[in-house]
Ligand binder design. Structure first.
Ligand code: XBP
Ligand code: MG
Length: 236
């Protein structure tokens, strides 16, 4: 019996990475006087690591092994990430990041059908609430019973922990839920939590392995812009 929909945020509800998180990281680096430029191409590799702080550390270790900040690398990453979040929230508040096609329709139809809603994401909690506020309005935050985000679990996606946390908070079993994801790390996380998963791809994730997905689509679709099924059967 389907009771609840559990949503990833980045890449699933909104295309946040290329023109949102990525430039926000670059602004933080520039502000700190660093000439680091996370290009669209480089960022595809950096996205293999989830979590902004974790991504900064991965970048330094892989591409700038000789970089030695005055503070510890963990402190450096946390400091950069705080500024990155500031710049990202500014973009959200300015309305620069819309929801993906069909995301609002899906959420509204699910609510109308009496389904419960939750969020399971790697990103920082404020990034989720600001996105919802900016796109669906202040009241939409309360549509989601649980916003499981960021450091609330120590092991980020692809670990199943964030989905398990959301289900535990909502008193749900995996069989009652459907997860929505966009990426390899995302579907590894949701399926490790035993969740049936629908994938909506984007430019960064189109070529990921979605063999474990129940359904793969190009977008959620609107009446005048239907989705295309890339894998699986929309009837199941
Ligand atoms: C999202 C992430 C996040 C964002 C950046 O992955 O990995 O780290 O890229 O947000 P998913 P923060 O969609 O699989 O949850 O900088 O706040 O971490
Ligand atoms: Mg995602």
């Amino acid at each position: 019996q389907l009771t609840a929909l559990l949503f990833d945020v980045d890449g699933t509800l909104a295309d946040t990475e290329r023109d949102g998180h990525r430039p926000a990281f670059n602004k933080a680096f520039a502000e700190a006087g660093l000439d680091w430029d996370w290009t669209v191409e480089l960022y595809a590799d950096l996205l293999t690591v989830t979590g902004g702080k974790e991504r900064i550390r991965y970048f330094v270790e892989k591409y700038l092994p000789d970089f030695a900040p005055a503070e510890s690398i963990a402190e450096f990453a946390a400091r950069m990430h705080k500024r990155k979040t500031h710049f990202y929230l500014e973009m959200l508040q300015a309305g620069e990041i819309p929801l993906r096609v069909g995301a609002e329709r899906l959420i509204r139809e699910a609510r109308a059908a009496g389904l419960r809603l939750g969020i399971a994401t790697t990103t920082t909690p404020e990034n989720v609430t600001y996105l919802l506020k900016a796109t669906l309005g202040e009241e939409s935050i309360a549509w989601f019973e649980c916003i499981a985000a960021g450091d609330i679990v120590p092991k980020k996606k692809p670990a199943p922990d964030i989905y398990e946390y959301a289900m535990q908070q909502m008193g749900l079993e995996p069989e009652e839920c459907l997860a929505f994801e966009d990426s390899d790390n995302g579907i590894r996380s949701s399926t490790a939590a035993n969740l049936k998963t629908v994938v909506t791809v984007n430019d960064y994730t189109r070529d990921h392995d979605f063999s474990k997905a129940a359904l793969v689509v190009d977008q959620f679709g609107e009446a005048d812009a239907p989705f295309t099924v890339l894998q699986g059967d929309a009837g199941t």
